[in-house]
Design a protein around this ligand. Sequence first.
Ligand SMILES: Cc1cc2nc3c(=O)[nH]c(=O)nc-3n(C[C@H](O)[C@H](O)[C@H](O)COP(=O)(O)O)c2cc1C
Length: 414
Amino acid sequence: MKRVDDFRLLFGKQELVPIVIGGMGVDISTVELALEAARLGGIGNISDAMVQTVSDHRFDTKFVSQKLKQSPHNVASSDKSSVKFCLGTLEEATRNHVGQAMEAKRGDGLIFINCMEKLTMNAPRETLSMRLKAALDAGIDGITLSAGLHLGSFALMEDHPRFRDAKLGIIVSSARALAMFLRKNARLQRLPDYVVVEGPLAGGHLGFGLDWAQYDLRTILDEVLAYLKSEHLDIPVIAAGGIFTGSDATAFLEQGAAAVQVATRFTVTHECGLPEKVKQEYFKASEADIEVNLLSPTGYPMRMLKGSPGIGAGIRPNCEAYGYLLDAKGNCSYIDAYNREVALHPEAKKVSVKDKTCLCTHMRNFDIWTCGETTWRLKDTTRRLADGSYQLLSAEQVFHDYQFSTGGKIALPD
Ligand SMILES: Cc1cc2nc3c(=O)[nH]c(=O)nc-3n(C[C@H](O)[C@H](O)[C@H](O)COP(=O)(O)O)c2cc1C
């Protein structure tokens, strides 16, 4: 019976354990988690979502309060078009975050950074260009482009000296999206080094509509592999979304995936950035506690626990401090939803906004509990302690369970 360890992900002559820990913003996939993946010979993604707040937490910088100080008078205004990021600060925060990871890296694996196109930051091209270039400058091994089609992102890096040596990959949810990306970037003569095919069971934002349940990863993977074959392209394809056991992973590798990208099982590890109380919520969740909704201002469906405290909260938009989802004109659909509720309830001290959420604030505070579809199975991956709580796992244990287990089994911690 085969197991994941019988396979290797090949990047040229470099051989890796074919396990990638996916990016989880905001600082849920921490540097510590990515370092473990790299130490064990696989790939770990950090995320650059809200990197200025991440830098503040880790390096005692004051980027968030400095940004707020640029436009405190604007907080009560619904016009956020003047709320801009300082590119120099963004660069410094990215260098802090990536530099820390790369300096601490040990072992034969790699560390990538997950960059979401939907973080438009009131100047999409300029800020994304800075995020990508600063990550390359700080020595990141690779960049995973996600949450958006990223049709122009390779071009933003084409002048960078590391454009052809760093590993660059994209996340897609269909062969059609991949074909479009390749067509648009043909002039650069630079193919992606890997393609992550993410199915509908993943955590975070989904590349599907609310009809996500009608799709399945196995079929999409087949379509992507067939498309690449028809184009005579040899790009490693990484399967993601709902891969819960080593045997699940092995089945995808046997189907033709070069590796698997996994995340949900690592949300309950010590190294994951979620607060301990929230990790217990993930353990406790049942199938009925998980939903896919349209609360994210990005417009993409997002999967989360129904009990997330950020759902229905009506806080004032925090764009002067954060503002990562402001589009090129300074709009965010949460601002509209919030203003509508305030106008409807002029006397109220507090309003509730049911259809959208202030994702920046709530992700930063770990109050939107985004999760994969298989979260309800996490309780079967550990032991219950005498006080009724669940035992947290180590990233090494979960990684090794994926790497070595067979027969659909999950090894429980000692
Ligand atoms: C808590 C959580 C947060 C996530 N955040 C992001 C993110 O910021 N960007 C992204 O591209 N994918 C994100 N994902 C998706 C993962 O990187 C990964 O591709 C997917 O969840 C793998 O499926 P699995 O969770 O079923 O193993 C997130 C997943 C989880 C569980």
